[in-house]
Write a protein that binds this ligand. Sequence first.
Ligand SMILES: *Cc1c(COP(=O)(O)O)cnc(C)c1O
Length: 381
Amino acid sequence: MSHSKYRPATLLVHQGTDRDPATGASTVPIYQASTYHHEGGVSGEYDYARSGNPSRDQVEDAIALLEGGVRGFAYASGMTAIGSSLALLKSGDHLIASTDLYGGSWRFITGVLPQQGVSVSLVDTTDINAVKDAITTQTRALFLETPSNPLFKITDLRAMVEIAKENKLITLLDNTFMTPLMQRPLDLGIDITIHSATKFLGGHSDILAGLVTTSDPELGKRLKYFQNAFGAVLAPFDSFLLSRGIKTLKVRLEAAQKSAQELAERLMGHPSVARVWFPGLTNFPGRDLHFSQATGAGAILSFELKDEGQVKKLLENIKLPIIAPSLGGVETILTHCWSMSHAAIPAKDKQQQGISKKLLRISVGLEDVDDLWDDIETGLT
Ligand SMILES: *Cc1c(COP(=O)(O)O)cnc(C)c1O
């Protein structure tokens, strides 16, 4: 943690542990071991791989450094990161969560938590009064996502922190879309940030991973206890790949963001497009709020076509993007939210949230933006 004086681009590359302490090798080896010798029967720094592994330590230190947390946690997936963080709640507690959530988070929060005795209210967290009104004597936590997915609703993090402090609530934020490079929620008073590191942090669509960090040492202790108790930790090889992905985050994200801006503007002018959602657009609702708490627009945009038939045509004709429910890879990913990323959400809830069958999401990759545009244009004609 002595690296905390460095700026983000440096931290991404050096990550706290930037070489093998044992040999000086340029990368931390993949410590493919389940247990550790107890010299003379005494445990050393490591005793068993579920509790700790040097390959995993590297990414756990990295997320804490990047977000300004006291310690980090790496899990086998983003959903495990979310589930393990929400394990802080116990039977009888009440959780308030944003209505417009990643589909898997929606499934966990509405399908698993209630069965464990945690009651849940889904609230439009862009409406500060709606959040205040939803608080009961049992409310213990606020689970947020901003920008939201896929409609880029912007929640005022400072206002949420204020409400949480008044009511002694734990604040958790899914920061997957922004990454710590563009949004540092702990600095604004959020207690816990969560990432699907499957996305931008891993960056190459080749691993499933989750990261969590907190600014509160007490919460850190409890998260450590749950991580070890559940055991769904990130494997050594996947930790290595994640660490490797994190090293290039800045150049990847900045290049992709530039192309996303370009595509969002071009889509705005296309006759088949009804609407575009991207925080970098000048007329984007919530733009000022977003840029008061984040430094970039990110590399994801959503757009709605005027006609459902065009969605089918585009999905059939487009060549470069992979058509899939994910984001944050080096390749462009096109998602039909209705049937892919948000398939877990029932049709009527999707409609209520404004997720229509005509909505598409693009996670912009590192291809030449003109090739991407040619491909989209051809697909739409
Ligand atoms: C993908 C995603 C998740 C879930 O992460 P997994 O790694 O797929 O388990 C959670 N939140 C957001 C915003 C995501 O995009």
